[in-house]
Ligand binder design. Structure first.
Ligand code: ADP
Ligand code: MG
Length: 703
């Protein structure tokens, strides 16, 4: 593992990027393709043929034998169908390696096994993948060999989106159009395109693969369904930023190398709060590319972990009682001329354009906080949101001292005249540079925090795609920009109108701003008083997609049709029911086949010991008491297991997706906890030699 490489040399070497395109495509084809990438111009079939051929030649040089349309169905992971480049043998028995423009542009995967929420059934049992040329193709190597991966969108025959990417691209278009209107009001005529920039910080756990393979709960559900907390817990914060152990270090080195080759600019890595937990952050990129890169990051983490005898757990809550994993979605809005609309400058109080953008975002988040909350809901995230570790289930915005002060001035006097300046951080050491304290100081408990020149949405689950979060952000901000532009474009005195509007937006939507401790009980009470929604479960979040306001905003900006929203709602309820069903069945299996037999074996040994000790004339009361205690937990466990079987069967009888999901949440989940409780108590008192699988301690502290 001591292999040396130069990052600059390998970065992007497996990507069909701009440099490669320029090198390998005839000049006019390259220019046409650039037109398509930047301005969405149509690409001719003959150009597509030329591009496909160049891509194929390049991929074959990299050892590729197959190509695949790489897409993101509604399951949160990626899917692909591999086809080889090989054509039918010709008359002389020779084969050719072929790849046409048609094959590049469009694919027809057998889509019937991907969730469509009833969409495809109403049209045709076929889905189409369409090349997204704004995200570069790449060659990926794994045990199966090298494959040319073509990022695509996945749609039904009639164009309904069956994936995460199509709505994302639509939402980016909407934001582009509306943001350009705002810029134009301020006299900016040089910017031709405005795109969201995103950087996703990814958290994950690493455990030893041998140990992982001994735990059916991890294998089936990605999280532990049983397990007592080890005596050595998270209170030992020395793990945080601790020296990354050798084995992990070598794994990370490999991950970085793989990601760099794929053009993912993995930049920072460190140990997280929980033991065995780590984080990886890339340098931010255009929204859809960042989404693709995050998918690649998750795939790479899993693949490389396997090579190192490790397993990467992306679940939001692999271990009860230990901090879970999330994803921070850093989001800003950038013009093609390099201007970040969220850059406040040194004196935000007189940066009118920034203040308009900021208050527009306040409005968007306030009006659609339920949608933003929904966008971060996935089955595993229900264990985090609202619990005492992740941001709360209530959406609020953190602005920091400086902006909060500017907003307060705006509301009270209608104009802001000053900005609090950064304080110097005095280290007391002359040789150290003077550090200035960030004026947008950090609040780690806010779900949507302004951090310098971007917003950080901290609710997304670690296993989830960041796509829906960005779809919502882009769309609701596009709506807010649109309403503002509608009003200002017809104003007689623009300066005055902007001034009044900023004050009005700040006053009307100030309730969404909260700078205090988001984890506190007082905030729950205060948020309720302010009328902010507190949606504590995925099952309650899903229906927010079908409120009249949600349908209106998504339809108006062409992001989702009402039909597409219905299908997503259906899929989400099904996903919830399916996941809990798997967990319940795994628990029943583990309890019945592993835990109960183990405990019976142990009680038999204890009983023998009681008899032998008593016969020898000694006091066996301690053994006897322990035997009684264990036997009582054992019968509790057996009864709870039978009850869970019944609850799970009942849940499976329910036909309506929403009702079924509710039943799983309200009846099956509590029945699972009732089974887990005595089992975890038993784990603490039964001899460790007997316990059938590795404990939390073994998993968390022995990587
Ligand atoms: P931390 O939250 O750990 O303090 P950083 O400030 O280093 O993190 O950035 C975290 C992530 O935010 C990185 O992925 C980074 O690339 C991304 N990021 C930085 N600036 C922007 C921006 N203007 N827009 C979007 N993402 C950004
Ligand atoms: Mg962060």
């Amino acid at each position: 593992m001591s292999e040396k490489f130069n990052v600059a040399d390998i970065f992007g070497e497996d990507v069909f990027n701009d440099t490669i395109m320029k090198e390998r495509l005839p000049k006019h084809v390259y220019q046409n393709l650039k037109e398509t990438i930047v301005n969405g111009a149509d690409l001719s079939f003959s150009d597509a043929d030329v591009i496909a051929n160049a891509m194929k030649e390049w991929a074959i040089e990299k050892g590729a034998t197959h190509y695949t349309h790489w897409f993101q169905p509604l399951t949160g992971i990626t899917a692909e169908k591999h086809d080889s480049f090989i054509s039918a043998p010709n008359a002389s028995g020779k084969i050719l390696m072929e790849f046409s423009g048609k094959e590049l542009i469009k694919g027809e995967p057998d889509a019937s096994s991907f969730p469509s929420g009833g969409l495809r059934a109403t049209f045709e049992a076929r889905g189409y993948t369409a090349w997204d040329c704004t995200s570069p193709a790449f060659v990926r190597e794994d045990a199966a060999g090298a494959t040319l991966c073509i990022p695509t969108a996945f749609c039904s025959y009639t164009g309904e989106a069956l994936d995460q990417k199509t709505p994302l691209l639509r939402s980016m278009q909407a934001l582009n159009i509306q943001a350009l209107r705002i810029l134009k009001l301020f006299g900016n005529t040089t910017a031709k395109k405005v795109m969201p920039s995103v950087g996703a910080e990814q958290e994950y756990f690493i455990v030893d693969r041998e140990k992982y393979l001994q735990r059916k709960d991890l294998i089936f559900s990605g999280r532990t369904l049983f397990g007592a907390m080890p005596p050595k817990g998270q209170e030992l914060e020395d793990h945080y930023f601790g020296a990354i152990r050798e084995r992990i270090a070598s794994f990370m080195k490999d991950v970085n190398k793989e990601l760099w080759k794929l053009g993912v600019s993995a930049k920072t890595q460190h140990n997280e709060v929980a033991p065995a937990q780590h984080e990886l952050a890339p340098i931010y990129a255009q929204c859809n590319i960042a989404v693709d890169h995050n998918q690649l990051t998750m795939e790479t983490l899993k693949k490389v972990a396997g090579r190192h005898g490790l397993t990467c757990l992306l679940h939001e809550k692999p271990f009860a009682g230990v901090n879970g994993s999330g994803k921070h979605n850093n989001w800003s809005i950038t013009t093609d001329t390099g201007l970040n609309l969220l850059e406040p400058g040194k004196t935000p109080h007189d940066n009118i354009q920034f203040l308009l953008v900021l208050t527009a975002i306040m409005k968007a988040i306030d009006i659609h906080s339920d949608l933003l909350r929904e966008s971060a809901s996935c089955v595993g995230n229900d264990h985090r949101l609202g619990a005492n570790e992740a941001p709360p289930a209530i959406i609020s915005m953190f602005l920091g001292e400086q902006l909060e002060d500017v907003i307060a001035q705006l509301i009270s006097t209608g104009g802001a005249t000053s900005s609090i300046q950064k304080a110097d951080l005095d280290t007391g050491v002359k040789s150290l540079p003077n550090l200035s304290k960030d004026a947008t100081d950090r609040n780690r408990t806010s779900p949507f925090a302004f951090t310098g020149n971007k917003f950080e949405f901290r609710m997304v689950g670690s296993s989830d795609s960041i796509s829906s979060a960005n779809v919502v952000l882009n769309t609701i901000v596009a709506e807010s920009f649109c309403e503002i532009a509608d009003e200002l474009e017809k104003a007689e005195n623009l300066d005055l109108a902007v001034h009044d509007l900023i004050k009005k937006l700040a006053s009307d939507h100030h309730r969404i701003v909260f700078n205090g401790n988001g984890y506190s009980e007082e905030w729950v009470v205060e948020a309720n008083r302010r009328g902010l929604p507190n949606i504590t479960s995925m099952v309650d979040a899903i229906p927010t997609l079908l409120t009249p306001k949600a349908i209106a905003v998504f339809e108006k900006f062409g992001v989702y049709t009402e039909t597409e929203l219905h299908s997503r709602v259906e899929i989400k309820f099904e996903a919830y029911a399916k996941a809990i069903n798997i967990e319940a069945k795994a628990m029943i299996d583990i309890a019945g086949k592993q835990l109960i037999p183990t405990v019976i074996a142990y009680t038999t040994e204890l009983a023998n010991s009681v008899v032998t000790v008593t016969e020898a004339g000694s006091d066996a009361s301690t053994q006897k008491a322990l035997l009684d205690e264990i036997s009582s937990y054992l019968s509790e466990m057996k009864a709870a297991s039978s009850a869970l079987v019944i609850a799970d069967n009942e849940a499976n009888e329910i036909a309506d997706a929403q009702e079924q999901a509710k039943y799983f949440r309200d009846v099956v989940k509590p029945a699972m906890i009732a089974l887990r409780t005595p089992a975890d108590k038993l784990e603490m008192i039964v001899d460790k030699e007997f316990w059938p699988f590795p404990s939390y301690g073994d998993l968390l502290f022995e990587v």
